[in-house]
Write a new protein. Sequence first.
Length: 270
Amino acid sequence: MTDTTHPPFVFHQGTQPLLISMPHAGTYVPPALAARFTDEARQVPDTDWHMDRLYAFARDMGASILVATHSRYVVDLNRPPDGASLYPGQSVTGLCPIDTFDDTPIYAQGDVPGPAEIAARRDAVWAPYHAQLRAELDRIRARHGVAMLWDAHSIRSVLPRFFEGKLPDLNLGTANGASCDTALAQELLAIAKAATGYTAVLNGRFQGGYITRHYGQPGQGVHAVQLEMTQCSYMQEALPFDYLPALAEQVQPHLRRMLEAVLGFARKAA
């Protein structure tokens, strides 16, 4: 990672006890690294596209927003720093992935990153993102008495490598109840299940990645929830991966209701 000109994240500080993290929204790949990628990988197809646009309304709600700039192909901000598997025994992608969600190689010549390169990417991109995330959660908790973390994700609705059939549209994850108050999780699930035209599940295939599991500490006043949305709920799932405003506007009210519930919980818990 010799390219230090590109910041590792974009951050907006809000006024409410809510931080929205978007660790897979980035698309930037340093040119020297992109030169090693396949043509497919240079399209960064496994991006959580348009997250900042989809959640733009959350700024007006007073949320802080932390958005990754670099592609998950550079370094995956939602993986443990040691690269340990989040789902042992299941197919997963790593801290510095070497294959796409379609199980095709990222590196054209097979020159995958070694330990030194992985460590350099972790230091340059992963560490600053997590330092900002930690600092903002600490600031929010100090000011409000409680901090709410919403980890925002999206994924193609059909990915045979990771799950059978079509994924539910709204996949809430609380590390099987460890990262968030149980009553709040059930309230969020009820809102998601009441959303006409969408399917929803709590702690199904996606239970929350490293961010949800690591930072969600309800006993210390930090509650973390991951939402993995199907991309067909708001955008084109294939190239050119366009944002579809008319589609997005149908799901945004449900997202808003869930975030309002999170803030309502924070006000009662503070």
